[in-house]
Design a protein around this ligand. Structure first.
Ligand code: FE
Length: 186
């Protein structure tokens, strides 16, 4: 199957799943995150990263209730492994780092920590809690740290029940442009 079809297929098949204790579905969450990226004039790669940042939850049938079961499914790594076949690092790295970015922001920004949703606080513990000072310095020097932090902030805001946002079709050109870039290089 073509990459574009595979990706859209995952949302069509599994997008109605609940987004881990939040009042929106996986698809609504993805669309709201992507919308925020567009509103901030993000690059094509980062818009696609925002749309696909939780795809790790959709490629794995056991992920739906992971945090109720008290396990960290490492959905950021699953997403990264899946997307590496199709996209370059400017898409995959912010996704791989978006959970670390939350641990970073919790350590570096008190206001951020105080605004996290209850479900996000619960998963923070499973994910290792706020970063240590050494981890903060190391994270900030990573090549895609800024992109991951931007993505993280959209991720946290993309949880509004019933918000009207453009549908999946809006992002097909973004996906095509980023997929084409990879295809041309291969
Ligand atoms: Fe998310």
């Amino acid at each position: 199957m073509e990459p574009l079809e595979t990706i859209i297929g995952l949302f069509v098949e599994h997008g109605a799943r609940a987004y881990l204790g939040e009042p929106v579905s996986q698809l609504e969450h993805a669309l709201q995150a992507a919308r925020l990226a567009v509103e901030q004039d993000a690059s094509d790669a980062l818009v696609v990263a925002a749309l696909l940042h939780d795809i790790g939850h959709l490629v794995d049938d056991h992920a739906a209730d992971a945090d109720e079961r008290g396990v960290d499914e490492r959905h950021e790594d699953k997403g990264d492994r899946f997307l590496c076949q199709y996209f370059e690092k400017d898409v995959t790295e912010p996704i791989r780092l978006h959970v670390s970015a939350k641990r970073y922001l919790c350590a570096a920004d008190d206001v951020y920590l105080s605004r996290l949703s209850p479900a996000s606080i619960r998963s923070l513990e499973l994910q290792g809690g706020p970063m240590s000072r050494v981890e903060v310095v190391a994270f900030a020097s990573l090549p895609y740290a800024d992109a991951a932090i931007a993505l993280r902030v959209w991720d946290d805001e993309a949880k509004l029940p019933g918000l009207e946002v453009p549908g999946l079709g809006e992002y097909i050109p973004y996906l095509q442009r980023t997929l084409m870039r990879t295809a041309v290089k291969r």
